[in-house]
Ligand binder design. Sequence first.
Ligand code: GFB
Length: 436
Amino acid sequence: MSYVQYHHSYSLPRHILKLKPNSLGFLLVLLVSQSHVLVRSEFAEINTKHIQSKQDVANGGEDILIQHDDIKSQSGLQTLKVGATKGIPPLDTNGYIIFCPCMGRFGNQMEQMIGGLSFAKMLNRTLILPPLREDLSTFTTFTDWFQVDPILEFHRVIKGEDFMQHYGESYWPAGRRNGYCRDYVVDNNRCRMKYGLPHSAFWDYFNVDFDGVISFDLIDEVDLSLESEVKLLRKQWIERFPSSEHPVLAMYNVPGSFPSLPGNKFIQKYIKWNSSLLAEADKVKQMLFGGEKYLGIHLRVGEDWDRVCQTAVGVSSMYFASPQCKSSNHGRIFQGMCYPSVQEILDLTKEAIMTFDLRHLYIASDDNPYKEDFKETLHALNVTVHHYNPTSPHLDLIMLGEADYFIGNCISTFTSFIKRERDARGRLSTFWGYPV
Ligand code: GFB
């Protein structure tokens, strides 16, 4: 495997075409294996309007009739078998993007997902939904956490496992798999797609090895609310990396800004929890609150967070998820916003409970939940105090996302996922250090 910078032209394997009669007359049919989409090397010339409509996605892979004019080949009237397996989106001849959400933990990964989705939308390529990371080397399929269908309302996506199974060998065959790295990463000889964890575990999950790396100096962060920027970047990327030569952009760095840009926040509304996690949260809500209103709070108070705040306090520019409560260079991060005192936490909680007349408190915390302090403070208000402490963080995230009111930590990306979700659904929230 070489890691020198190079460019090569890409061509797809050719497949034998065979004449086959049917009731509509003679059609040229691509011989396909059970579920693979087989295309000719002219695939890039196909007018994609036929194979990327919502209807086609919904069909889950019907034969789609493509007229001669739509294919700049000598083949005449043809039938292209696309997405031969039900539920598998048809092959996207605009190409694909894949990246490893390799940085940080849950909240960090989800910031990266927003960046990846905005980049795919800008480029009009399908985003290959990566498996998500539970720890340094364990990945779990995207649908263990989230649903795919709501995301399809925003943009074309396909689960990584489905892509590899159905299109991996035909569209992105071994021997022609490149990684794409920002220039400076290549220059510093750091662009080793599979070097160390979690990178190696991610690509091994798909049995992918790389044959080379290609560098780029194009901007890969896009704010979808800026139309002219979107158009300019799309043009630059398509000129530099046409899908005919670069069918799959396997990115070393996650495309998109970290944290995600304000203009892309709306994408969150298409990210919906998987239904069994939602059902589990419903049961817990019923059990704890019996349908009554509750306040959800996120306490980020562990030792690692203490260290983060020692560096963050006083910083005026962006720090982790800070843009969610303060724009860059607008004021400084203060202690009560990053690591509030117990008294500050109790005071704001009490104020929120009284303002919104809430009956229950749900505490999610990575460390000390201060449960006894809350009980004492809220005793006179007849409020029940719960720290459920689930084994996986998802339940906490859902419970906080669905609370009647929420207080979170502005610097934490764990909070920022919850806040984006609540904003998308019109639910009220505030942050430690800010008023109710
Ligand atoms: O989600 P995350 O990237 O957010 O990382 P931050 C924090 C992790 O801590 C979560 C756990 O993914 C959870 O595993 N955690 C935090 C929680 N709060 C809770 C909670 O209320 N309930 C449960 N169940 N688990 C940054 C990281 O964390 O912290 C950085 O992203 C770095 O990479 C830094 O590690 C120290 O942005 O809050």
